[in-house]
Write a protein that binds this ligand. Structure first.
Ligand code: GLN
Length: 455
């Protein structure tokens, strides 16, 4: 823990951490040492990790990257935080993320990182002039820059897999419902899912085993499926594993260097005994409008709770109650969050609901069905996690659609609720490229095993 705390301080310019409490970390580490000395060590005893600032924590502030949660302290820990703590993990601090996890570049941050008195975007340690990806950018950077051996992230439409890809780390989003959403500040509830980011599939397996499991009293969408020990399932051979390669993931728009790195990874898999199968996911492009309708709709509903009454920021000057709500939200939310709330309320409103929201739900079902057809022919699907490597800070300027389009390969799996991961596959122009592996429901062990064999 000492070592990592000093690295966090030395590299605070990266903007990865938004909260630390060294005394808290060191006292947790001492308690872990005592348990190790007493011979009663838990599986992650003493392992220092950090949490995306979207998980509420009783011991550290939680902002979800937003001004509207300034000064907020949760009375309880998120289930995932609690479970990792019970498994012996030591908390290094909270990690920067896009506001309410809305973003693909970790540029939509409204709260200061440690060492700063103003909000800063997170920087990619491979090239500090570039974005780390988002929304779990702080988590990816913490692992890539060796500020933490592992971190939690959340993935609604790619927020674990895309930053893992851009920062050259391993990250897995499990099947929707595997990990409890209790205490994860809600963005889009039918999509949000927690997962680990670490240096290897082996480390991800350890963390994921501790994070998963039913939480029926606190998250009704958590699945009854008991937690698995993923670490024990890493030794499997890849002989005969059918890897489905969707042609839509290799079309125009994919950077040649990304395609080359992914092709090389697929060739390596064939050497390891896997068999390549050509498949199709015909509605890949539709996943962008479908996702940005459904996620915005759910966000507009979820974010209605931030009204200045129960949590965080409250406007100082207002005429009456309605004006207090309006002023608080005007001051507290950033531009991207406001954009999503407006899109979301629009697609849910009378007269537009059928044309947008309902239509998007129907296509979402078709996208999930396409995957089931694909999994009749293959065991695992592979392709790039993102069409490009990390772009330059500010490169997408005021064009949110440029960010949205870059999510094209992570959104389909999210809409279907499938597990997916990003594994470092190589480099394009000195910047990391991630190979995305998508599995069928509950196939996390298969994905981790495939990633481990490759690493
Ligand atoms: N980039 C996507 C968005 O902005 C996904 C974010 C996420 O997975 N949290 O909505």
């Amino acid at each position: 823990a000492h070592h990592h705390l000093s690295r966090i301080r030395a590299h605070q310019d990266l903007g990865a951490f938004v909260a630390i409490d060294e005394q808290l970390t060191l006292s947790q580490a001492r308690a872990a040492d005592d348990r190790i000395a007493a011979g009663s060590a838990a599986p992650l005893e003493g392992v220092p990790i950090a949490h995306k600032d979207i998980f509420v924590t009783a011991d550290l502030p939680t902002t979800a990257g937003s001004r509207i949660l300034a000064g907020y302290r949760s009375p309880f820990d998120a289930t995932v935080v609690r479970k990792l703590g019970e498994a012996g993990a030591v908390t290094l601090g909270k990690l920067s993320c896009d506001e309410f996890a809305m973003g693909s570049a970790n540029e939509n941050v409204a709260v200061p990182a440690i060492g700063f008195d103003h909000a800063v975007p997170v920087r990619n340690p491979w090239d500090t002039g570039r974005i780390p990806g988002g929304s779990s950018g702080g988590s990816a950077v913490a692992v890539a820059a060796r500020l933490a051996p592992g971190a939690t992230g959340t993935d609604t439409g790619g927020s674990i897999r895309q930053p893992a890809s851009f920062c050259g780390v391993t990250g897995i989003k499990p099947t929707y419902g595997r990990a409890s959403r209790y205490g994860m500040v809600a963005f889009a509830s039918s999509l949000d899912q927690a997962g680990p980011m670490a240096r290897s599939a082996e480390d991800c397996a350890l963390l994921l085993s501790a994070m998963c499991g039913p939480d029926p009293e606190r998250d009704s969408t958590s699945l009854a499926r008991p937690a698995e020990d993923f670490s024990r399932q890493l030794a499997g051979s890849l002989d005969g594993l059918r890897i489905g390669v969707p042609k839509e993931f290799f079309g125009e728009g994919v950077a040649p260097g990304v395609r080359a790195a992914v092709d090389a990874a697929l060739a390596e898999y064939e050497k390891l005994g896997a068999r390549r199968v050509e498949i199709t996911l015909p509605r890949t492009e539709l996943s962008i409008p479908v996702y940005y309708i459904i996620a915005a709709a759910e966000a507009s509903s979820n974010l209605s709770r931030f009204d200045g009454v129960k949590f965080g920021h409250r406007a100082k000057n207002y005429r009456d109650l309605a004006d207090m709500y309006a002023q608080t939200r005007e001051e507290g939310f950033g531009d991207e969050v406001k954009r999503r709330i407006m899109i979301g309320t629009y697609v849910l409103s009378h007269g537009y609901y059928d044309a947008y929201y309902l239509q998007a739900q129907k296509v979402r079902r078709m996208i999930a069905d396409d995957f089931q057809q694909a999994f009749a022919q293959c065991d695992v699907i592979a392709g790039p996690a993102a069409p490009s490597v990390a772009w330059k800070l500010g490169e997408h300027g005021d064009d949110p659609v440029a960010d949205y389009l870059a999510d094209i390969f992570t959104l389909p799996g999210s809409l279907a609720g499938l597990p997916g991961m990003s594994v470092p596959a190589g480099f394009d122009g000195g910047l990391p490229v991630g190979l995305q592996l998508i599995g069928n429901y509950f196939a996390e062990a298969k994905l981790l095993n495939a990633a481990h064999a490759f690493q």
